[in-house]
Design a protein around this ligand. Structure first.
Ligand code: XMP
Length: 327
């Protein structure tokens, strides 16, 4: 595609001219924007770029592998993974308030990334001497408009994107996607060879599964939710519904139990909620009319395959008055 290629070529030139022989870092989240931004910068300057991926333990099934293996194999980028799962879990222990969870996850993310960045800066200083001067961010055009808008609407949920970094950071920003919309970013990502599992990914909130467990976040609950979420996504994809669905959060009602029966026995397990929504921009949304037979397969599989889940319920609330996420 001529247009995509020319956008790529133009950005590659700009990035090369600006960076020179200096070094660059990028916080990779596994989402579309940071993955495509990093791929573009890598095309321009190769191993002068190092990506940092923070595994906070709130990721979905296979997400880490998709970054560490699929993405790295196809892009060839240098990647440092920080396994911070225990740190995040211990900071989240006992916390049930949604905004408190967001605050903790955002704070721990910044701490973890800054520590990793500081180590890389030190390494660079001890090495050949080229300093790390730039930080890549996957900012898109709608993000630029939104933050400059100042519409004065009430803050319903604090939406700090995890990956949102402190203002006093010592790096200059490289934002190669600033003029683009999401579908253009996806097209460029495909052109650059970013794996389809990443390019076509649904939006996923920075705080991850942490705000899809209603109640305290624990490792056991995360494992339960990860399984249920993977089944729902697999079946929705199989049914060809990805184009129609903006997002389908699966929410674990961890403090609710209900009675059920399975095999010869009584169960007393947790419900999960399916929250399929259709939307243009996440500002408003309608619940997606998923065919009953697809819902039926998802419900049967989740209750059969995931221990401790004995009920699947469907959220049929539009936004407004509901939000997309439950927290
Ligand atoms: P709500 O729940 O407000 O979500 O209707 C709108 C969109 O924003 C995502 N979302 C978040 N993204 N950090 C993020 O990076 C957050 O704290 C956060 N909360 C919600 C949500 O997944 C949906 O796409």
């Amino acid at each position: 595609d001529w247009t995509n290629e020319s956008v790529i070529d133009e950005q590659v030139e700009l990035i090369r001219a600006r960076v020179g022989s200096k070094k660059v870092i990028c916080a990779l989240s596994g989402g579309v924007d940071s993955s495509v931004a990093a791929a573009l910068v890598h095309k321009a300057i190769g191993d002068q770029l190092t990506c940092v991926f923070v595994d906070h333990g709130l990721l979905r099934q296979d997400e880490r592998v998709q970054v560490e293996k699929d993405y790295v194999d196809s892009i060839g980028v240098r990647l440092v993974t920080v396994d911070a799962r225990e740190q995040f879990l211990s900071q989240l222990a006992g916390v049930t308030d949604p905004e408190e969870k967001r605050k903790i996850i955002g704070r721990e993310f910044i701490r973890t990334f800054e520590t990793a960045a500081a180590e890389l800066v030190l390494e660079a200083q001890e090495g050949e001497g080229e300093e790390i001067a730039f930080l890549v961010q996957g900012t898109l055009y709608p993000d630029v408009v939104e933050s400059g808008g100042g519409s004065g609407t009430a803050n319903i949920k604090s939406h700090h994107n995890v990956g949102g970094l402190p203002d006093d950071i010592q790096f200059q920003l490289i934002e190669p996607l600033r003029a683009l919309f999401k579908d253009e970013v996806r097209a460029i990502g495909r052109e650059l060879g970013v794996p389809e599992v990443i390019v076509s990914r649904q939006p996923f909130p920075g705080p991850g599964l942490g705000i899809r467990i209603i109640g305290e976040v624990t490792e056991e609950r995360l494992n339960i939710l990860r399984k249920a979420d993977a089944i729902a996504r697999e079946e929705l994809t199989k049914a060809g519904l990805d184009g129609e669905i903006w997002q389908c959060p699966v929410v674990l009602l961890a403090d609710v139990r209900s009675v059920g029966v399975q095999g010869d026995g009584r169960t007393y397990g947790h419900p999960v909620v399916l929250r399929p929504v259709s939307s243009e921009d996440a500002m408003t949304a309608d619940w997606t009319r998923i065919p009953y037979d697809v819902l039926s397969v998802i419900s049967n599989r989740i209750t059969n395959e995931v221990d401790d889940i004995n009920r699947v319920v469907l959220d049929v609330t539009s936004k407004p008055p509901g939000t997309i996420e439950w927290e």
